[in-house]
Design a protein around this ligand. Structure first.
Ligand code: TYM
Length: 355
């Protein structure tokens, strides 16, 4: 077991995580989440989901959504997600997510959702015009995780509040129905870059929705573009410090050093030991070479995989079948507990299998 997986007792966890198919995956997704997904899959039962239901909480072009879904699947496989070891599938293919989300809608308190900072950021000033789906987005996240009774959720720092809500929802359900049905899933936020910041502004998160493409490194960027984006990355005029304390208040410097440490799989202290006293003119080319070495093979492999979209579709179909096999009995249990009259659990499982 490597150091990144040491936080979960072996054999004791089921991992679930998700990613939106809303455009290019970027370095933040890779360092904050995907790399950890790859590391964890060897030791734990891992379920990774492309969350197309979440994507439509803001308007999407249907053809583009289909394209992005395949691209994200290809990026994940190219990054090292093994479709033998892990389950990889699209959210909308397993209807139990939506069904559990409705049950959780009826358990979650409005006040809990009102605290969600990501809704406030995404809805912006025109909150009245945001979709109800965007507002209840974190409830669907809780349903994603608990449809599989997952115990551990590897994510970037920005998802922490949503995972706290997931725990509150699980606890509320267990307490309302007086049954220990759901585990309280633990966030797995680790690595040197749990919150990768924009290359243009060290105060904002690197994100797919930033209007400036220079703010992020996409997993599809070719080596020249990666080099150019790092060369243009905002910095300050001072030399790099030798100690972590010297990074205080230097957002852009901290971000680039964190990215280097994560890509090189070393500690921030080690990077500062090597580069302390040197300027960005020395540091940026080394960082750019490292980023190209780590990321461009992923882009190449992704482009190769996308030449056979049918293969990607079959992988996702197989993944959806495996995911459904876990989800169906859990939702049958939930229906019984909630008190829905209808078919028995066994009949319901059979009905779902037959169709
Ligand atoms: P999404 O698609 O925005 O991001 C996918 C993953 O990438 C991480 N991430 C980052 N990490 C570090 N620095 C950044 N700049 C950065 N930007 C993104 C995110 O933390 C995330 O882990 N709501 C989720 C998807 C989701 C989900 C779930 C996650 C739906 N259901 C259930 C976990 C469990 C999202 O929008 O991720």
């Amino acid at each position: 077991m490597n150091s990144s997986t040491a936080q979960i007792p072996a054999g004791k966890g089921r991992i679930f995580s998700g990613i939106q198919p809303t455009g290019n995956l970027h370095l933040g997704n890779y360092l904050g989440a995907i790399r950890n997904w790859v590391a964890l899959q060897h030791d734990f039962e891992s379920i990774y989901c492309i969350v197309d239901l979440h994507a439509i909480t803001v308007q999407q072009d249907p053809a583009q959504l289909r394209k992005s879904t395949r691209e994200v699947a290809a990026s994940l496989i190219a990054s090292g997600i093994s479709t033998e070891q892990s389950i990889l599938f699209t959210q909308s293919c397993v209807p139990q997510h939506s069904e559990l989300a409705w049950v959780f809608n009826c358990v979650t308190r409005l006040g809990w959702l009102n605290r969600m900072t990501q809704f406030k950021e995404k809805a912006g000033k025109n909150r009245e015009n945001a979709s109800v789906g965007l507002y209840s987005y974190p409830i669907l996240m809780a349903a994603d995780i608990l449809t599989y009774k997952a115990t551990h959720v590897p994510v970037g720092e920005d998802q922490k509040q949503h995972l706290e809500l997931t725990r509150d929802i699980a606890q509320a359900f267990n307490s309302i129905y007086k049954k220990d049905v759901f585990p309280l899933p633990k966030p797995q936020i680790f690595g040197a870059a749990t919150r990768v910041m924009s290359l243009r502004d060290g105060g904002v998160k690197m994100s797919k929705s930033d209007v400036s493409d220079n703010s992020r490194i996409n997993l599809t960027d070719n080596p020249d573009i990666i080099m150019q984006k790092i060369r243009k990355a905002k910095t300050d005029p001072d030399a790099l410090p030798s100690e972590i304390a010297g990074l205080s208040g230097r957002l852009e410097a901290s971000n680039l050093i964190g990215i280097y440490a994560a890509l090189a799989d070393c500690r921030v202290e080690d990077v500062l030991f090597d580069f302390g006293g040197r300027g960005f003119g020395d540091f940026k080319p080394v960082l750019a070479d490292l980023a190209v070495a780590k990321l461009s093979p992923i882009g190449d492999e992704m482009r190769y995989l996308l030449k056979n979209p049918d293969d990607i579709d079959s992988i996702l179909t197989r993944g959806a079948e495996k995911a459904s096999n876990i989800a169906r009995p859990i939702l049958a249990e939930v229906r019984d507990i909630v008190g829905f009259l209808g078919l028995s659990t066994d009949q319901m499982i059979k009905l779902n299998q037959d169709h």
